[in-house]
Design a protein around this ligand. Structure first.
Ligand code: 5GP
Ligand code: MG
Length: 187
């Protein structure tokens, strides 16, 4: 286990490295079974930057089926004139989607706006199939229901960091997932 000091603003470790690793093994096995026999060029993992980069790296290396890796980046609108939860694509995939099996890999499902937006965008491009794989979910926070095919963990309504997830671009590379102290993110 990596011996990295726990930052002051961390309340407690929610999911340690071993717990995350074990769960990812289970997810990777399920995905490998479900996509058995697929051809490399037909299966695209689409990671949502930046939060999913570590999850995607660990998950992809556990898959026993051939696959390609691609990324997208999103930005949420902060303009008051926009509808709540509106997001926009600021970087698209390189791979073309029509006829391909697409698995969206996301770090965390909160209100559900982001994932439901992505499902709309990708299903409009005519993929052979479209599924979602999400590491964390906060069910209490949901505003729109989104189908998730592969889920890592359900967590309570707290701000979490580490394992790709940030707070103001900090704490992303902590090897575990930790809850931040409320005083660190609530004014
Ligand atoms: P949603 O659109 O489902 O409300 O939000 C999903 C996005 O919000 C995630 O992709 C992530 O960027 C961000 N998010 C929601 N909750 C957390 C959290 O606890 N920690 C971090 N780092 N990001 C979060
Ligand atoms: Mg995200």
């Amino acid at each position: 286990m990596t011996d990295i000091p726990i930052p002051d603003s961390v309340e407690h470790v929610l999911l340690d490295e071993a717990t995350i690793r074990a769960r990812i093994e289970v997810l990777a096995e399920k995905i490998s079974r479900d996509y058995a026999g697929i051809r490399n060029e037909d299966f695209i993992l689409v990671g949502v930057l930046k939060g999913s980069f570590i999850f995607l790296a660990d998950l992809a290396r556990r898959l026993t089926v051939p696959h390609r890796v691609d990324f997208i980046a999103l930005s949420s609108y902060t303009d008051a004139t926009d509808v709540p939860g509106a997001v926009r694509l600021i970087m698209d995939t390189r791979a073309s989607i029509p006829g391909r099996h697409v698995l969206i890999v996301e770090d965390i499902l909160d209100t559900g706006y982001t994932l439901s937006y992505l499902q709309r965008v990708f299903s409009a491009r005519g993929p052979a199939s479209l599924r979602t794989c999400v590491l964390l979910s906060k069910p209490e926070r949901r505003k729109v229901e989104v189908p998730v095919d592969y889920l890592g963990f359900e967590i309570p309504d707290v701000w979490v960091v580490g394992y790709g997830l940030d707070f103001n671009d900090r704490f992303r590379t902590l090897p575990y997932i930790a809850a931040l102290k409320r005083s660190a993110y609530e004014k």
